[in-house]
Design a protein around this ligand. Structure first.
Ligand SMILES: *Cc1c(COP(=O)(O)O)cnc(C)c1O
Length: 381
């Protein structure tokens, strides 16, 4: 029994013929850039998500950058984002000369604590960037209400939550990434909808913005050799679009498989006083890009530290990861002397306490049981 964090080979084997045929067709047509499959994929994803426009690009980081580029933001404008996220979210803000304003997250869902947004809003605040972390949505009732009140843009980083559905208090349902001004996502191989390399997309219901996004992603061109904006070269390769067309058909079943793994972890690990399991946001479905729990809960301290625990798991053939080990404000690139650890206490705590267990579409009950029982054995030893 070989346990991996993700099993992309096993996932591929099940749809090999369709993927291979799709790739071969691209090669036969030699339309490697802007081939027909790119448009087909964009349209198929738009239907799946019930959003008016999907504009593909080269990766999820570019998607975030392009989103910030099309909103007429000026250097020094402030962007509110969670402190507990992947560096890409903050990176593009800094690259464009904008000011990242970090807010803390909820200890149990790991998502942006929306009750902390308003106190950070100033005259220069232009946008909120909710990151739907690990696969479930931020409290979007709150985010949309605050954004409307203060006239702010919402850029949803949906790299980890594609397919997740948010139910508003008035019972309206919307897909993650299709709620705010612009949504961004990634098709990095280990994301829920992953291609065989890099890929990304922007999502928006605003047709005018969609037009501008398409131009900015393609050197700011309105037509060949006519450049209306300073843009970037960020395109989804046709081969990747062909892979994604095949995999999009599986996304619903991938989501189900991931939820079955998470449910089983919940059942097997549920009662241990030293573990704090990921809490489901009742307003959102969860697509479990990661199953991330906390060790050292309030109830019981572990005898071993996280590194020792990971080493013991590895010795038993169980890989694990830490998303994310170092708070953004401790990274050399983003150091900000104004921020102290106790300004963002939950983020600081989570970086020390979280551990992500293997979760993917090819896991079976035997693997999950082995991982859970081994983990419990190690922490109780
Ligand atoms: C993966 C990820 C990104 C970046 O996506 P890439 O395609 O790797 O550039 C951005 N934000 C979050 C939250 C991510 O998980």
């Amino acid at each position: 029994m070989k346990i991996q964090m993700v099993d992309l080979k096993g996932q591929y084997e099940k749809i090999k013929a369709e993927v291979d045929n799709g790739i071969q067709e691209v090669i036969n047509n030699a339309a490697f850039i802007k081939g027909a499959q790119v448009k087909q994929f964009e349209e198929a994803l738009a239907i799946y998500l019930n959003v008016k426009n999907v504009i593909s690009c080269a990766n999820g980081t570019d998607a975030l950058q392009i989103a910030m580029m099309v909103l007429n933001l000026k250097p020094g404008d402030e962007i509110i984002l969670p402190a507990f996220t992947y560096a890409a979210t903050a990176e593009v803000i800094c690259l464009l000369g904008l000011k990242p304003v970090l807010i803390d997250v909820e200890r149990d869902t790991y998502n942006m604590d929306t009750s902390l947004i308003e106190e950070k809003i100033t005259g220069r605040t232009k946008a909120i960037v909710p990151v739907h972390l690990f696969g479930q949505c931020v409290n979007m009732d709150e985010v949309t209400a605050i954004a409307a009140k203060h006239k702010l843009y919402i850029i949803e980083d949906t790299a980890q939550a594609l397919g997740s559905t948010y139910t508003f208090k008035n019972n309206t349902k919307k897909r993650a990434g299709c709620i705010g001004t612009i949504g961004t996502t990634s098709f990095f191989p280990s994301k829920n909808l992953g291609c065989f390399g890099d890929g990304g997309a922007l999502l928006t219901n605003d047709d005018e913005l969609a037009k501008k996004i398409r131009m900015v992603a393609n050197h700011g061109q309105s037509s060949p050799y006519i450049h209306d904006y300073i843009g970037v070269n960020s395109r989804l390769d046709t081969i990747q679009a062909a892979v994604l067309l095949a995999k999009l058909k599986q996304l619903k079943s991938y989501e189900k498989a991931r939820n079955e793994v998470a449910d089983m972890y919940d059942r097997l690990l549920g009662n241990h006083p030293a573990l704090c399991l990921p809490k489901r946001n009742t307003q959102s479905t969860h697509v479990f890009n990661q199953y991330t729990l906390q060790i050292h809960s309030k109830n019981q301290e572990l005898k071993l530290n996280r590194d020792e625990l990971r080493k013991k798991l590895a010795e038993a053939g169980i890989p694990s990861m830490v998303y994310y080990p170092i708070p953004l404000f401790h990274q050399k690139a983003f150091l900000n002397p104004e921020i102290q650890d106790n300004d963002l206490p939950v983020t600081f705590h989570l970086c020390q306490a979280v551990i992500s267990l293997p979760i993917h579409t090819e896991m079976n009950a035997q693997m999950i049981t082995y991982i859970a029982t081994t983990l419990l054995k190690i922490i109780d030893a």
